[in-house]
Write a protein that binds this ligand. Structure first.
Ligand code: NAD
Length: 509
């Protein structure tokens, strides 16, 4: 018979930032909730804080006074675990330590009934390992909430090797009844979100290491691609110590797979106490007059010099958008661009010079391959149509003449972008970041960690990505992503740019 946990008594162990949030959500959903913490007074403090939070929400009209009162009446701090022997669900949110979690859950098995479900909110420890040693390991699953719990919709329901499928389903249904969006995950390092998100930080740090772009430029480009925060400002917010610790834990847990290797750039900052907002300085300075990322200087571009012929190359949606923008830019001159499909590249040909959408190759490589010296590459616009003035990275080939070096950014500006010059690196900024996010998600699916739909939901709800990796893939194409990552691999070698077999198999599908 299916397990139904709705309305059943809940015990939350650990009244810290996560436990308090979980208790709040469970109490609001109508459960009698007991809250326990090993530190005297911590559970009572958490309840007092919640009372103040509820008062604020009621005052703002965001919570009904009667509901708040009833939820608070249902939430009881307890001084001993025995006081919650009738719990049908235990959610553990104590310190992130395997031995502590194992010891607690073993102790709980002697207190709660044999049919009680055990859930751990661990963010990085194997659920299989935590279950090892339990009398009934099948009843333990991960119930991974995100911070702040009342606001974040995502819950990763994590199954280890022992976990009973019925228990996972019951926790999944319960999370849904609590107004969350649950996603099934297999217990692997980082689960879904913390694993698939690694390249968002790693690619920025790799570009910083080789001085390809500044933090401001990286942030501006990824914000223009629709991310709420750029990677550098986001790491400053998370804290370099925390972000570095998660990276190291995923790296170690994967037997030091170089794909997840931490960055020297970040280690140096952590060692130096440049932890981000909380220490007053990370990539940016905070506090006093300093308010994070300084504004980028606005470059002024002269209108493109009069061209005799403009041809938009390419087949997809980006080429269509380029054609539209080029047509608009040329209206004043009374003529429009020509369009050539099937030419094997996307971009603009202006009197023989080329402005090429990155396919992973550098401007120098493209110039050598095409024999066209007056060539520049530009990054992938992710938002179609792009908002006027969207930041976009570009780089000229070394052999490009002075005139084309001036005209290429003017053309990008005329097309509606704010062109930001960066080093001539393969796949520039947005294209390489998104391709690597797609690649990581593909590997997660290959390994049965989650479904494509689960990955999309998890990344949109867990870290607010503007789209899921498989949604990006559907708008791009598998061959394009694979070609781009192969180009990165051709430059860097090593293991980081290793195409997921899941993607490679689909190139010919
Ligand atoms: P926290 O330090 O705010 O709270 C932990 C609480 O557990 C403390 O109040 C502590 O006194 C109590 N505690 C420690 N050992 C205990 C024990 N043996 N028995 C009872 N209580 C004990 O930590 P947190 O940020 O709430 O994290 C809790 C768990 O949630 C960790 O496993 C963490 O990895 C996970 N998590 C944290 C976040 C986050 O953003 N903070 C997000 C997802 C998951």
């Amino acid at each position: 018979m299916a397990i139904d946990l709705r309305g059943q008594p809940v015990l939350v162990v650990g009244a810290g930032i996560m436990g308090a949030g979980i208790a709040q959500v469970a109490a609001l959903a109508g459960h009698p909730v007991r809250l326990y913490d090993a530190r005297d007074g911590a559970a009572a403090d958490a309840r007092s804080k919640l009372t103040a939070t509820f008062d604020g929400l009621v005052a703002k009209g965001k919570l009904d006074a009667g509901q708040a009162e009833a939820a608070l009446a249902r939430l009881q701090p307890v001084a001993a675990l025995d006081a919650a022997a009738d719990a049908r669900l235990v959610v553990e949110a104590i310190v992130e330590n395997l031995d502590a979690k194992r010891a607690l859950l073993r102790q709980l098995e002697g207190i709660v009934g044999a049919d009680a479900v055990l859930a751990t909110n661990t963010s990085s420890i194997s659920v299989t390992a935590i279950a090892n040693g339990l009398a009934h390991p099948g009843r333990l699953v991960g119930m991974h909430f995100f911070n702040p719990v009342p606001l974040m919709k995502l819950v990763e329901v994590v199954s280890g090797l022992h976990s009973d499928a019925g228990v996972a389903q019951a926790v999944f249904e319960l999370a849904r009844a609590w107004g969350k969006v649950p996603v099934h995950a297999k217990s692997t390092p980082g689960f879904i979100v913390n694993r698939i998100a690694r390249p968002y930080y790693a690619e920025a740090l790799a570009l910083l290491l080789e001085q390809a772009a500044t933090p401001q430029v990286l942030d501006a480009c990824l914000r223009a691609a629709g991310f709420r925060m750029g990677p550098c400002e986001l790491i400053d917010l998370i804290g370099h110590d925390t972000n570095f610790a998660v990276t190291c834990s995923v790296y170690e847990a994967n037997f030091q797979d170089k794909r997840y290797a931490p960055s020297l750039v970040q280690k140096e900052m952590v060692d130096g106490g440049l932890l981000g907002r909380k220490s007053g300085r990370g990539f940016y300075r905070y506090g006093g007059d300093a308010g994070g990322a300084p504004a980028l200087p606005v470059a002024v571009h002269a209108a493109p010099a009069t061209a005799r012929e403009v041809v938009v190359h390419g087949d997809g949606a980006i080429a269509d958008a380029l054609e539209q923008s080029a047509a608009q830019a040329l209206t004043a001159q009374g003529w429009g661009p020509a369009r050539e499909k099937g030419s094997g590249w996307t971009g603009l040909a202006v009197d023989g010079a080329r402005l090429v959408l990155t396919d992973g190759r550098t401007a120098n490589e493209l110039a050598a391959a095409t024999g066209c010296a007056d060539l520049a590459v530009f990054d992938r616009p992710l938002q179609l149509p792009w908002a006027p003035g969207s930041a976009l990275a570009w780089a000229p080939a070394e052999r490009a003449g002075a005139a084309w070096r001036m005209q290429a950014p003017s053309w990008l500006a005329a097309l509606g972008f704010a062109p930001l010059p960066v080093a001539d690196v393969p796949a520039l900024i947005v294209a390489r970041t998104v391709a690597m996010l797609v690649n990581e998600a593909a590997d997660a699916v290959l390994q049965g960690v989650c479904t494509p739909e689960g990955a999309d939901a998890a990344m949109k709800l867990g870290v607010n990505y503007p789209a899921g990796p498989f949604e990006w893939l559907a708008r791009w194409d598998v061959r394009g992503v694979v070609t781009l990552i192969d180009a990165l691999d051709a430059t860097y070698r090593g293991e980081r740019y290793r195409v997921s077999p899941w993607l490679r198999r689909r190139v010919h599908a």
